[in-house]
Design a protein around this ligand. Structure first.
Ligand SMILES: Cc1ncc(COP(=O)(O)O)c(C=O)c1O
Length: 411
């Protein structure tokens, strides 16, 4: 089947998006203003992506107004580009990288490219860690599940020792959108902050922004963006950043909270428990006596597509409902009421015991969330194999596993 056919199949089934991107199949925000014919190249009036001085510079200036005191650069290649470039820029001057708790694979890839040996610390240890002026503290805020923590104290502690703070805020582009949402780390002076506009705001996949406090650091970040990012400006992606940003500036949360309440009630009426994340735009769902993996499948049977499923529950990224949106709200409520959860044992297991005691040839990464559970070169233990087999039974995609398996079974 061709990709177009597949996507048309989902469209015909009126697949409901409870996942990123934030425009939810173009039903949220204002992407209708963007025409495919706007996909152009950098003709004279359209500026240069990595050395902007005209129309793209104006866009960056508008983005920078999100938080006073920051420089901004629109990215067409995801927060991944911002993570790779930001960490390289800081590493030019500071050589001790502290990774706090779980970090996305892009952070680990930056470290691999830098040939750096990071220190891994827990969030609970930050305030006791003796950072110095050579330290780079890498924080993920919020977590994929929308959890936040007292980042102000942590940034302030790192800064008081002369360290720099890099915040992977991929899941927080909508933070500060109203006072009822958590605050961006930019309120607390993080040195570099990367946001995936495509996750939290109605922008196209890949649309992201890097915010940098210091002008000299910004110059270095731009040097690395030029290395890591395509030089071809996708005006569709850039337009969607502009549109997502305007949405952010104008958003009023009244409709959002009303709709959110109705969805929560509908879920609870069908005995689905709703864990409210710190981020109001995320729900973590469970149902008694069944695994979250079974619940996710039950949603999918009714063409409701979730963002992620882990042992903690099924994660939904809620639409930022607004006046005039075209999200299929009634259909969602109807489908939720029809969801019936039946346990089906997946017996498709493959024996991975051959991997016990072997070195992983690539990072082994359940995706989503994209956090490596075994690093390339690490010994794979029996416990790792049990965990991987359990994830496989639950149909979780595991990157790096097939290559590692092939390496040990095909020679
Ligand atoms: C925590 C985190 N950081 C960074 C990224 C990369 O973001 P992007 O897809 O915009 O490159 C992701 C993607 O899921 C993520 O979850």
């Amino acid at each position: 089947m061709g990709l177009l056919e597949k996507l048309n199949e989902l469209k015909s089934a009126h697949a409901i998006s409870m996942h990123v991107p934030g425009h939810k199949s173009k039903t949220i925000g204002n992407l209708n203003d963007i025409e495919i014919s706007f996909d152009m190249t950098e003709i004279p009036e359209l500026d240069n992506l990595h050395e902007p001085t005209e129309i793209l510079s104006e866009l960056n200036e508008r983005l920078a107004k999100k938080h006073e005191g920051y420089h901004a650069q629109a990215l067409v290649n995801g927060s991944t580009t911002g993570v790779l470039s930001g960490l390289h820029a800081l590493y030019d001057e500071s050589k001790t990288i502290y990774i706090v708790d779980d970090a996305h694979k892009s952070v680990h890839h930056a470290i691999e490219l830098l040939n750096a040996v990071p220190k891994t610390i827990k969030i609970s240890e930050i305030l006791e860690t003796p950072f110095d002026e050579k330290s780079i503290v890498v924080l993920t805020y919020p977590t994929y599940h929308g959890d936040v923590y007292d980042i102000e104290k942590m940034i302030s502690h790192a800064h008081s020792k002369g360290g720099k703070v890099f915040v992977d805020e991929a899941h927080g582009a909508h933070f500060d959108i109203t006072e009822n949402f958590p605050k961006s780390s930019m309120n607390f002076g993080a040195d570099i902050v990367v946001q995936s506009y495509h996750k939290g705001l109605p922008s196209l996949t890949g649309a992201s922004v890097v915010f940098v406090k210091d002008k000299h650091t910004m110059r270095r970040v731009m040097k690395y963006i030029d290395i890591f990012e395509t030089s071809s400006p996708s005006y569709l992606s850039l337009l969607s950043i502009e549109s997502g940003h305007a949405f952010y500036e104008e958003f009023d949360d009244e409709v959002f909270f009303l709709m959110r309440k109705s969805v929560k009630n509908a879920l609870e009426d069908n005995n689905i428990t709703v864990e409210e994340s710190n981020d109001p735009a995320k729900f973590i769902l469970n149902i008694k006596n069944h695994s979250p993996y079974t619940l996710e499948k039950a949603f999918r049977k009714h063409n409701i597509y979730s963002e992620m499923v882990t042992d903690r529950g099924v994660l939904w990224c809620l639409p930022l409902w607004h006046d005039g949106d075209t999200f299929p709200f009634d259909l969602l409520l109807e489908r939720i009421s029809m969801v019936e959860v039946k346990e089906e044992q997946n017996t498709k297991t493959i024996d991975l015991s051959v991997l016990i005691g072997k070195k992983a040839v690539r990072n082994i990464v359940p995706y989503p969330p994209g956090v490596p559970i075994i690093k390339s070169g690490d010994l794979i233990t029996e416990r790792d194999v049990t965990e991987i087999m359990q994830l496989r039974i639950n149909n979780v995609k595991i990157e790096g596993l097939e290559d590692t398996l092939d390496y040990y079974t095909e020679r």
